[in-house]
Design a protein around this ligand. Structure first.
Ligand code: ZN
Length: 223
């Protein structure tokens, strides 16, 4: 029998990357019961999902895979369509072609439905407003709005936690370090757009950001 209730349990939106893995460790410290939900939506590399699943298994975290194949066909992006070359730079007045419109709205909704079924009240997501991308659905305002809407939609009392909201990549490394999981996050997660674990390919936009954040964190630590 489970001896926990909805308010001390959390469902982490989990992809096996640096950010969501750090969030998973954060949640494991903050809540007595933690589960993970991973969304499969036609990412270029299925190994990301495999990594997410194996990290969850290593940490004894129940893992739920939710397939959302329609997202890739409704909104082709360079994350799902190999014919589109990856460009994470932000054009004037627009978003990089790694942007999947509505993704976090959809994922938070699906996560809330899953959480309700599991008897979980807290949702944890690794979105960051301080991050490079400037995606509209990573902003604090959106998350607050989504939280209100989800509660109204389901007559529930979900709380969406965003431990990385005001952290840049260096500060995310710092949090992993504070949680005693720096090496684990560095060695086990996949951030690379080419699906290569740990330090990745070294040259895609995601790898460059990850390395830049790591170098900045090393500097902060030494000073
Ligand atoms: Zn890479």
């Amino acid at each position: 029998m489970m001896n926990t209730n909805a308010s001390d349990s959390a469902l982490v939106l989990f992809s096996g990357g640096q950010d969501s893995t750090t969030c998973l460790f954060w949640a494991m410290r903050a809540f007595s019961r933690v589960e993970a939900v991973c969304f499969l939506y036609g990412q270029r590399h299925a190994c990301e999902t495999d990594t997410a699943r194996s990290i969850a298994a290593e940490l004894n975290v129940p893992f739920h895979l939710v397939e959302v194949p329609v997202l890739g066909s409704l909104a082709p992006s360079s994350l799902t369509d190999t014919s589109i070359s990856m460009d994470a730079s932000q054009p004037p007045g627009g978003y990089p072609n790694t942007f999947v419109p509505g993704r976090n709205m959809l994922f938070l909704t699906l996560a809330a439905i899953q959480a309700r079924t599991l008897g979980i009240r807290n949702l944890v997501t690794g979105v960051s407003q301080a991050d490079y991308s400037g995606y509209p659905d990573c902003r604090d305002t959106f998350i607050r709005s989504a939280n209100v809407s989800l509660n109204l939609a389901m007559d529930e009392h979900f709380v969406i936690h965003t431990p990385l909201m005001w952290r840049d990549k260096a500060a995310v490394w710092q949090l992993a370090d504070e949680l005693g999981r720096f090496d684990y996050v560095r060695e086990r997660t996949i951030t690379c757009y080419k699906g290569i674990p740990a330090e990745g390919c070294g040259s895609c936009p995601s790898c460059i950001l990850r390395r830049k954040g790591l170098e900045e964190y090393h500097q902060i630590k030494q000073s």
